[in-house]
Write a protein that binds this ligand. Structure first.
Ligand SMILES: [Cu+2]
Length: 427
């Protein structure tokens, strides 16, 4: 035996607690059995899988199962995951380690686990029907192999993949280099990008959708439920980003030029590091970015603007510029509470929902979030990197909003639309 069922229940209970406990995730690497050979990653809103040593082999135990998941307060769903969460817990080990991973299937259909990007014996690659028999409901399979590489990797089913991925079955598999890292990092964040067709008013993702998704997530959470990334000024920060969604995601970080330093192919030689401000993480890829933290509250988000929204209608008539005076009152006669929206743009959407305008049950408003200066009008794949001078090493608590030095905030200089003499393109 490795972990008892009780251990897994405890671990997943802790993860559930973390999911509702706000910005501080209590079940992260710090709580796992420590391995002094590396600095653990911090799985955003997630946790690290405990392990034990058995005859020189590092043993883990994954349980594929149905779970209740919260994307953010007000959006709950029946999903599938591992050990009580989606994504499943992060597996961490060191290049050269031999690992044994038990996979127990508590789903009602068969599954397998594919170790995405890992160099391993063919029979351990996890493609059901090709490399191994499927793991039937109730069965436990053991995967065992030696880690031949380092880098950021993932795991996911390779059985009824469309459905099982759509329901959230995925996780991170981080392999630290045996020889350590020539350029060490102080904070090491990791998350997986995903999309979900949780249609308004429903409680289970729809696996048949290919394009028009409702929720876009970092580690199965949407803004404003995604934890902030916290760092101290001057610290070197790495963010490992994987993508098991149905879209490519250009992930953009404000405030710095970061360097792309690695991928599924491990941490690249420094000669290959490249300065960027946006890193497109293709489907099935991982990208590592690194930077030196500078003080401020810096947005970190996918640059596909629909991917920073929550649920929305896709097939509506375009209301912008349409004079709808009187329409609201007319429609309210047959649809009490109706509010016209969008004549001058969509920003008023958040004002409406903040004022109590209800959408369908179990459905988040398209835009959400309050900042120190007003509405953030964001959802989905958006969070904030919070860098302060006085954060203690290893402290991941949300420090609140940044207070900019006096005189360094953009400010109003006029309320006259005809202000100044701006150059305009000649007719
Ligand atoms: Cu995106």
């Amino acid at each position: 035996m490795t972990l008892s069922r009780r251990d897994i229940m405890l671990a997943s209970g802790t993860a559930a607690l973390a999911a509702t406990a706000g910005p501080v995730s209590r079940a992260n690497a710090a709580d796992a059995p420590s391995d002094r050979r590396f600095k653990p990653v911090r799985t955003l809103n997630g946790w690290t899988l405990p392990w034990c040593m058995k005859d020189g082999v590092k043993e883990f135990h994954l349980v594929a199962e149905e779970i209740q998941h919260s994307f953010a307060p007000g959006s709950e769903a029946t999903c599938w995951g591992y050990n009580g969460s989606t994504p499943g817990p992060t597996i961490e080990a060191v290049e050269g380690d031999r690992v044994r991973i038990f996979v127990t299937n508590r789903l009602k259909e068969h599954t397998t686990v594919h170790w995405h990007g890992l160099i391993l014996p063919n029979g351990m690659d996890g493609v059901g029907g090709l490399n191994q028999p499927h793991i039937q409901p109730g069965e436990t399979f053991a995967y065992e192999f030696t880690l031949r590489q380092q880098g950021s990797h993932m795991y996911h089913p390779h059985a009824d993949e469309m459905t099982q991925l759509a329901y959230g079955m995925m996780g991170l598999f981080i392999i630290h280099p045996k020889a350590g890292e020539a350029v060490p990092v102080d904070r090491d964040y990791a998350f997986i990008l995903h999309n979900w067709a949780l249609h308004p008013g429903t409680w289970r993702p729809d696996p048949s959708v290919m394009v028009n998704f409702d929720l876009w997530t970092f580690n199965s959470k949407v803004f404003p439920a995604i934890e902030p990334l916290v760092a101290r000024t001057g610290e070197r920060v790495r963010i490992r980003i994987g993508n098991l969604s149905m879209w490519n995601h250009p992930v953009h970080l404000h405030g710095v030029e970061f360097v792309e330093t690695g991928s599924d192919g491990g941490r690249w030689p420094q000669s290959q590091w490249r300065r960027e401000v946006t890193s497109t993480v293709g489907v099935g890829q991982m990208r590592d970015i690194e930077f030196t933290a500078v003080p401020g509250d810096w947005a970190l988000h996918c640059h596909m603007s629909h991917h920073t929204m929550n649920a929305m209608g896709h097939e509506i008539a375009n209301p912008t510029g349409v004079d709808r005076s009187g329409l609201e009152q007319q429609i309210q006669k047959i649809l009490p509470g109706y509010m016209a929206m969008g004549q001058n743009g969509m920003a008023e959407h958040q004002e409406h929902t903040d004022a109590g305008h209800q959408g369908p049950a179990n459905t988040l408003p398209m835009m959400a979030g309050k900042g120190p200066f007003g509405n953030l009008e964001m959802g989905g794949m958006f969070t904030v990197l919070k860098v302060r001078d006085d954060i203690r090493p290893g402290d991941y608590n949300d420090p609140g909003w940044y207070v900019q030095p006096k005189g360094t905030v953009a400010k109003r200089v006029s309320t006259d639309p005809d202000f100044g003499t701006p150059h305009r393109k000649p007719l």
